[in-house]
Design a binder for this molecule. Structure first.
Ligand code: NAP
Length: 273
């Protein structure tokens, strides 16, 4: 997968929401993250929001020796995305992550701060060497239009809720991003571990000898401009997810999945968690 600035990133990365919150899970989560990096899932997504900084702190512990291999993504709270505050928020994330830069910094969702002010602040972080590039999350089609008009043409991605059961973005947002060659980052790609019951997912999984989770992930990854960031705090899940990258769904598989999860036929508001 190539970003608008020609940087190569893996199409399959790792999410981290709810990691680092339970001391009993810590060792297992660190092992899963490191196994994922070893398997090439080197894009890691986090946020200052997760565990009120605890997830970034966990990553700071998990990544020594691996940082150079990792494409590290974090997100700023909307209320911290204004002049003066964004520098402090970014610095705090860097300290927790024990790194001197982020590879990508995202506005977590749109809040009260004008987009032009966020763009100005986030571009200044690039100039200061604190981040390499920036993007957004949970912005719908109209928000993206406003972002571009507010000077945000350099936006490197939009991270959105996208999975078999949440296809609304296919109506207008994904085409809008595709037109500008901006990759979409799909969060909750396996439905937060709660995939709906689906005869199609079950049948396709059986046909390929894989699990419905792997089918759901391969389905998200069928689009060459979509990056998936499943969260897995378990090495077995990480290994399964990695295998989904090699699973190529056939046109018949995709048609079957469309029956259970029809593509959108009208505009709906972008779903978010
Ligand atoms: P997700 O990745 O769809 O699902 C995670 C859940 O699925 C975990 O409970 C995990 O269990 C389970 N799982 C993962 N792989 C599995 C497999 N192969 N087999 C069985 N179960 C599996 O949901 P998510 O965590 O909401 O989304 C992914 C990432 O996107 C987040 O972690 C976060 O980084 C990001 N995100 C961003 C936003 C935003 O607003 N920008 C919102 C939500 C999420 P184990 O942990 O036990 O392995």
């Amino acid at each position: 997968m190539t970003l608008p600035d020609d940087t190569h990133v893996p199409a399959l990365g790792q999410g981290t929401w709810r990691m680092g919150e339970d001391a009993r899970q810590r060792k297992q989560e660190i092992a899963a993250l490191r196994a994922g990096v070893d398997l090439g899932m080197t894009l890691i997504d986090t946020a200052e929001m997760y565990g009120d900084g605890a997830t970034e702190t966990l990553l700071g512990e998990a990544l020594p020796g691996l940082r150079d291999q990792v494409f590290l993504v974090s997100k700023v709270y909307p209320q911290n995305a204004g002049r003066g505050r964004i520098e402090r928020a970014c610095e705090a994330s860097l300290q927790r992550l024990k790194t001197d830069h982020l590879d990508l910094y995202l506005l977590h969702w749109r809040g009260e701060v004008p987009l032009a002010e966020t763009v100005e602040g986030i571009e200044a972080l690039i100039q200061a060497g604190k981040i390499r590039r920036w993007g957004v999350s949970n912005l719908d089609h109209g928000d993206m239009d406003q972002l571009f008009r507010a000077g945000g043409e350099a936006c490197a991605t939009n991270q959105i809720l996208y999975n078999v059961a949440e296809r609304g973005a296919e109506f207008d947002l994904l085409p809008q991003l595709r037109q500008r060659r901006i990759p979409t980052m799909a969060y909750s790609p396996v439905g937060q571990g709660q995939l709906p019951d689906s005869p199609a997912l079950a049948a396709v999984a059986k046909r390929h000898g894989v699990t419905p989770f792997q089918v759901a992930l391969a389905w998200v990854l069928r689009d060459p401009l979509v990056i998936a960031i499943p969260k897995a705090g378990d090495v077995a899940h990480i290994t399964n997810n990695r295998r989904a990258l090699d699973l190529v769904l056939t046109p018949e598989d995709l048609t079957a999945i469309d029956v259970d999860f029809p593509p959108p036929t009208r505009k709906t508001r972008l779903a978010m968690l």
